[in-house]
Design a protein around this ligand. Structure first.
Ligand code: F6P
Length: 344
């Protein structure tokens, strides 16, 4: 059961009591930067055109002014916090920081940037790894998700939440706007298993592979289909919002691979999106896979490598995995449109 905090203790005191000192320092630096980013977001257009295109396109979306601001805020705050290097979604190459640092950070400084102007929830996703000895090189970041020392998300919504894990469950701190301090509001998050919600960008349906098409078809058929009950869809278009809703309310999220050029491995990046999200989801009692494998077991091939991502309540993710397991069978065209197979 989710355990709320009754005392609203400060994040600093909570980390001092629960995290190794050096790791607490990194998390504190990240939290400090998030406050700077949050206060910029809160001013909206009064603080300048945060959604203005300022850089080259990646993934079909130009780099926004807020992407750059957030990237600089986080990297600036991490200097002097014991971090040897950072991989950021906003930079082609890694950035070297403290030469004697013992940690590495992989970060998406601003997730959901296409939603900035519309005042819809956006966020930051990060992963903390141990820094291997030796001169920093890109290969040092290529560690499977099980090796993460910490992971977290900052959710810039109607209020600011920081959900994080250091490997012993997920806790949530909320930014108190009165004094600019994060306070623990949930000591331990336990994801509900019962939920009727699924999240997927249905505009891509014609590009999906057979397992995903079959799974979603069965959900959409509701009471009349093989599942025998109705489901509901939610799609914000900021993954961070879907992650946070799923952590708190359960359900299943899918950004699978599909047949579009460049989407052979889905859209999301393994090191600073899929991996930290998978750790948070697993630590709250859920599961995260790429269709076939747990996300946390995947060996990254490069720092910006992508991965399909399916996460949520355990039973739902296990069911999706069964559809992937049936792939050979489900691929056969006659099964499409008339779902005779029971996949309960
Ligand atoms: O890059 C990640 C992201 O911006 C997510 O926040 C969001 O869910 C997704 O991309 C949206 O992608 P698409 O427009 O392809 O659905």
């Amino acid at each position: 059961m989710t355990v709320p905090s009754t005392v609203n203790e400060g994040l600093g005191a909570f980390l001092a009591a629960t995290a190794p000192k050096d790791l607490a320092r990194v998390l504190t630096a990240l939290a400090d930067a998030s406050i700077e980013v949050a206060s910029r977001i809160r001013r909206g257009p009064l603080g300048g055109a945060l959604h203005a295109d300022v850089g080259p396109d990646h993934d079909g979306v130009a780099q926004k002014a807020l992407d750059v601001f957030a990237d600089q805020a986080f990297i600036g705050a991490l200097k002097g916090s014991g971090v040897r290097g950072v991989v950021s979604e906003e930079r082609e190459d890694f950035v070297a920081l403290d030469s004697d640092g013992t940690f590495l950070v992989a970060i998406d400084p601003l997730d959901g940037s296409s939603n900035i102007e519309a005042n819809i929830t956006i966020g930051t996703i990060f992963s903390v790894l141990d820094a291997p000895p030796g001169t920093l090189e890109a290969a040092h970041f290529l560690q499977r998700g099980t090796r993460q020392r910490a992971a977290g998300i900052f959710v810039y919504g109607p209020h600011i939440d920081f959900a994080f894990t250091i490997g012993h469950g997920v806790s949530v701190a909320t930014l108190d706007p009165e004094d600019g301090v994060y306070r623990i509001t949930t000591r331990r998050v336990e994801m509900p298993q019962a939920s009727s919600v699924f999240s997927i960008n249905a505009a891509n349906a014609r590009h999906w592979k057979a397992p995903v098409r079959s799974y979603i078809e069965d959900l959409v058929e509701g009471e009349e289909g093989p599942r025998g009950r109705n489901f509901n869809m939610r799609w914000v278009g900021s993954m961070i919002a879907e992650v946070y809703r799923t952590l708190l309310s359960g359900g299943v999220y899918l950004y699978p691979e599909d047949s579009r050029e460049g989407y052979e491995n889905g859209r999301l990046r393994l090191l600073y999106e899929a991996s930290p999200v998978a750790l948070l989801i697993e630590q709250s009692g859920g599961a995260a896979i790429d269709g076939y494998r747990p996300i946390l077991t995947i060996e990254p091939e490069s720092i910006h490598v992508r991965s399909p991502l399916i996460f949520g309540s355990k039973d739902k993710v296990e069911r999706v995995a069964r559809y992937y397991g049936d792939e050979g069978e489900a691929r056969l065209p006659p099964l499409f449109g008339k779902r005779g197979l029971m996949r309960r």
